[in-house]
Design a protein around this ligand. Structure first.
Ligand code: ADP
Length: 173
């Protein structure tokens, strides 16, 4: 009972391909609850990533700077199972964002599987501001691929990397 917010470490895992204002809204909310938040970028997620790990990591760091969210927020990358990463850094709180009921089914399954693998895990779900309910990395990638800079949805540093990347790809093909 005497543990305060400052002693709590929470891990926010994801692919962040790329990071959006929705993710950043969740990071801000998590930071208001927990003393330290680690944004943990998965190296090996099932889908083929649009941005490579180094690009995703750099954009997470730059976005945190751009929104002045660096305080008490760390960025890290991990391989393999989330539970192994949590054990490695001695954490047991996982943050996930929930937008719609459709997110819930997958998230619920993941939370229970993770808890089966590591009984100490608690998964905390946060809801973003309603402005970001419709927002996902895949929508942002689609907008960029269709030739528009998704400036309303991602920090300027992300929008400019996406625009550059799309230009390069269209020059090659
Ligand atoms: P993953 O591939 O692990 O789902 P993502 O980077 O797509 O990785 O998402 C990481 C977490 O952030 C997930 O819990 C996802 O539901 C949440 N998230 C993504 N976009 C938003 C958003 N616009 N608002 C709230 N949560 C979001």
């Amino acid at each position: 009972m005497n543990e305060n917010k400052n002693s709590k470490l929470a891990v926010y895992p994801g692919s962040f391909d790329p990071i959006t204002y929705g993710h950043l809204d969740i990071i801000r909310r998590a930071r208001n609850i927990f003393g330290q938040v680690v944004v943990a970028i998965t190296r090996n997620f099932g889908k083929n990533s649009f941005l490579d790990l180094k690009e995703r990591e750099k954009l997470v760091r730059q976005s945190l700077d751009e929104l002045n969210l660096q305080k008490n927020v760390k960025v890290d990358v991990f391989d393999g199972l989330l539970v192994d990463y949590l054990k490695k850094i001695n954490a047991n709180i996982v943050i996930r964002g929930i937008r719609f009921i459709s997110d819930f089914e997958y998230e619920f399954q993941m939370a229970l599987i993770n808890r089966h693998l590591y009984s100490k895990i608690e998964t905390v779900y946060l809801m973003p501001d309603e402005r970001y309910l419709h927002l996902s990395s895949s929508i942002v990638r689609e907008i960029a691929l269709l030739g528009s800079a998704p400036r309303d949805f991602v920090p300027a540093c992300v929008a400019s990397v996406l625009s550059l990347k799309i230009k390069k790809t269209s020059r090659i093909s």
